[in-house]
Design a protein around this ligand. Structure first.
Ligand code: SF4
Length: 353
């Protein structure tokens, strides 16, 4: 079993609990309940964390958080039985820990990375095809949490010869036993999305309310575009067309391929790296990494979505949720009717920001 990196003092622990209660939309009165759930977590189902076709970015994202470190808190309060990157054991000792935990059953299975659909040879751990390991581990799991774009919907590996697939696809194909599944996407996973999901599960002993893609509504119910800090420029038809023009630096990034109008996540409010910044805040368009269509359905990442005021909506709708496309179409039609949007779609209007 893994132990934490360092012990957490009571003050840090309660600070974490208060932050987590806020994360879950709970009042301050819920802090003792969050603390109790976490304190009792050591007696609760253990966690097995598997990694398949991935870059380990989700593990790194999770362990890099601070103030206080969610990884440290979580590793102090859950029984993490197996994690290839974090565990001290290796070789046969590590595999024995995995097999013993699977036999025990009743754990939460966290999966990071996709499963190769094309051929077993693309991802083997301890000479066992990854799909086989996930199949065995899911069989005795109480619930499965898929984290990151790869484990949820296939992510970048889906467009490679390995044809990486997410856990829900593997369950649908009968390759992995069906279990309660929570998808926590983005590339990498946002540590607060993951921690919030785990704590919700510990508190309520069931998955949080989710959307059609099994994403917790707590974090993925709004479009990036709804709360984007560049939205005012979008409304004014001010779109960045030239990366080298300093005057356009804060303009809307839609013409540079921003997928914010089609992507669900609370990134504009939560931001990344302990709230320091986020993709659009530092000048890069949203890449749509929380959506099932990511990566191939969102690429090319730095090209605009064409003819959005008219025909392009239908093209976008083929890879995005239909309701989003319809809603967006209505929005753009309204923009066009009020004269704020050019007839052929967003224009490359310049000028001072
Ligand atoms: Fe923000 Fe992108 Fe929407 Fe522009 S298109 S307002 S940059 S989310």
């Amino acid at each position: 079993m893994l132990t934490s990196f360092r012990s957490i003092n009571r003050r840090d622990f309660l600070k974490f609990c208060a932050g987590t209660a806020t994360l879950l939309g709970l009042s301050e009165a819920a802090v003792p309940r969050v603390a109790k759930a976490l304190e009792e977590a050591a007696k609760k189902p253990p966690v097995i964390w598997l990694e398949g076709q991935d870059c380990a970015g989700c593990s790194i994202s999770f362990t890099n958080t601070s103030n206080p470190g969610t990884a440290e808190i979580i590793l102090d309060t859950i029984s993490l039985r197996y994690h290839e990157a974090l565990m001290a054991a290796s070789g046969h000792q590590a595999e024995k820990a995995l097999q013993d935990s699977i036999k025990e059953g009743g754990y939460v299975l966290v999966v990071e990375g996709s499963i190769p659909e094309a051929d077993d040879r693309y991802c083997k751990i301890a000479d066992v095809p990854f799909v086989q390991t996930v199949k065995e581990a899911a069989a005795n799991a109480a619930a499965v949490i898929a984290i990151g774009a790869c484990a949820t919907y296939g992510g970048i590996p889906r467009g490679t010869p390995s044809k990486g697939m997410g856990i829900s696809a593997a369950m649908d194909k009968g390759l992995v036993p069906k279990k309660p599944l929570i998808n926590v996407p983005t590339c990498p996973v946002h540590p607060e999305h993951f921690v919030g999901t785990v704590v919700y599960y510990l508190l309520y002993k069931k998955p949080p309310p989710m959307d059609a893609h099994l994403r917790p509504l707590l974090f993925y119910d709004k479009l990036i575009h709804d709360n984007c800090e560049r939205r005012g420029h979008f409304e004014n038809g001010e779109f960045l067309a030239d990366w080298n023009d300093f005057k356009q630096r804060n303009f809307c990034l839609y013409l540079k391929g921003c997928k914010g109008p089609f992507t669900h996540s609370d990134c504009p409010k939560r931001r990344w790296n302990d709230g320091l910044n986020w993709c659009i805040g530092c000048g890069a368009g949203c890449q749509g990494c929380s959506e099932p269509a990511f990566y191939t359905g969102m690429s090319p990442l730095y090209q605009k979505t064409k003819d959005i005021a008219g025909y392009r909506i239908e093209t976008v709708g083929a890879v995005m949720a239909g309701a989003v496309a319809v809603g967006l179409a209505g929005h753009f039609i309204g923009q066009a009717m009020t004269g704020r949007l050019g007839k052929g779609g967003p224009t490359e209007k310049g000028g001072e920001s």
